[in-house]
Design a protein around this ligand. Structure first.
Ligand SMILES: [Zn+2]
Length: 260
C-alpha cells in the first residue's frame, strides 16, 4: 500500500506586520517616515509611503500587490512619487498597481506629478478612493476603513486575516473612531506628542498617554507606538503609554517584523 504524502503548506498563515519606517513627521538617518507592509499568505500590501520607505521595502517592489495610503500628508505618501518613477521609467514598466486612499491623496499626487487623462499616473496606478465604512479584500487580507480625526481626510484601517486583527491609526487626534474597532489583537498607534493632552500644539494628533488610554478602552491585546518624531525621547513616550495602557507597550522599529 502506498501512503499519500501530505502536502506541506509553506505560505505564511499569520498576519505579519513589517515596519518599513516609523519616524513621525519627518525621517531621520536610518529611520524612514511612516510605512509598513502587511503580509498574509502570498499577499503583501504596502501601507503608507512616507519618505524613505520605497527603498527600504522588505521585498522586491514587484511583489507588492497593492498600496493603501492613510492621507495626503507628505510624510505618509511622498514615496508614491518615488514608486511612480521606479515603476514607470524602467525598461519594463509596471502598470496598474492598485492604490487605495482618500481622494485627496490622488489629487495631491496628480498636482505634484502629472495631470490629465493622458497622464502616465493613470497607467502606473489604478487608484480607488476610500473613506470610512469601505471594506475590501486584497488577496488573503480583508481591510476595512475608519474615518479618523485629522486635519485632512484620513482613514484608519483594520486588517483581518487568519482570525487576527490589526488596527492602524494613521494620523489622528482622539475621537469616536475608537468605537469602530473593539478588541483587536494589535493597535499600531501614532504618538506624536508627550505629556498632557493640554500640552499638544496640534490637536489632530495623539500624545503617547492618549494612545495608551484609547488602546485600553478599545480592548486592544497589544499596543505598538509609531510616528514618534526624531526630536522626542522614545523611552519617555513608551513610559507614558504604558502608564495609561497598564501593560507593556511595543515600539515600531524599522526592519522589524511582527506576527499579529
Ligand atoms: Zn498627517
Amino acid at each position: 500500500m502506498q501512503l499519500g504524502v501530505a502536502r506541506i503548506r509553506t505560505e505564511r498563515l499569520e498576519v505579519r506586520l513589517h515596519v518599513v519606517g516609523s519616524s513621525g513627521t519627518y525621517p531621520a538617518p536610518g529611520r524612514p517616515a511612516s510605512g509598513y507592509v502587511v503580509e498574509q499568505g502570498q499577499t503583501r500590501v504596502w501601507c503608507d509611503a512616507g519618505p524613505g520607505t520605497f527603498t527600504a521595502l522588505p521585498f522586491d517592489s514587484d511583489l507588492i500587490d497593492a498600496v493603501v495610503i492613510s492621507h495626503q500628508h507628505p510624510d505618509h505618501c511622498s514615496d508614491l512619487a518615488t514608486a511612480f518613477h521606479a515603476w514607470t521609467y524602467r525598461p519594463d514598466p509596471r502598470n496598474g498597481v492598485r492604490v487605495y486612499g482618500p481622494q485627496s491623496v490622488w489629487d495631491r499626487l496628480s498636482d505634484f506629478l502629472e495631470k490629465g487623462p493622458d497622464s502616465a499616473l493613470n497607467e502606473t496606478f489604478d487608484f480607488h478612493p476610500v473613506s470610512g465604512g469601505k471594506r475590501l479584500e486584497i488577496g488573503d487580507l480583508r481591510i476595512s476603513f475608519v474615518d479618523m480625526n485629522h486635519s485632512v481626510p484620513t482613514v484608519g484601517s483594520v486588517w483581518e486575516g487568519h482570525n487576527r486583527t490589526l488596527f492602524y491609526t494613521g494620523d489622528t487626534g482622539p475621537g469616536s473612531w475608537k468605537d469602530s474597532a473593539r478588541d483587536v489583537d494589535v493597535v499600531l498607534s501614532e504618538a506624536s506628542f508627550q505629556g498632557s493632552s493640554s500640552e499638544k500644539t496640534v490637536e489632530h494628533h495623539l500624545t503617547a498617554g492618549e494612545a495608551g488610554a484609547i488602546a485600553r478602552e478599545m480592548g486592544a491585546g497589544r499596543l505598538i507606538l509609531t510616528h514618534i518624531p526624531p526630536h522626542l525621547d522614545v523611552a519617555r513616550s513608551i513610559h507614558e503609554a504604558e502608564l495609561a495602557f497598564d501593560r507593556p507597550v511595543g515600539l515600531a522599529t524599522p526592519g522589524a517584523a511582527l506576527d499579529i
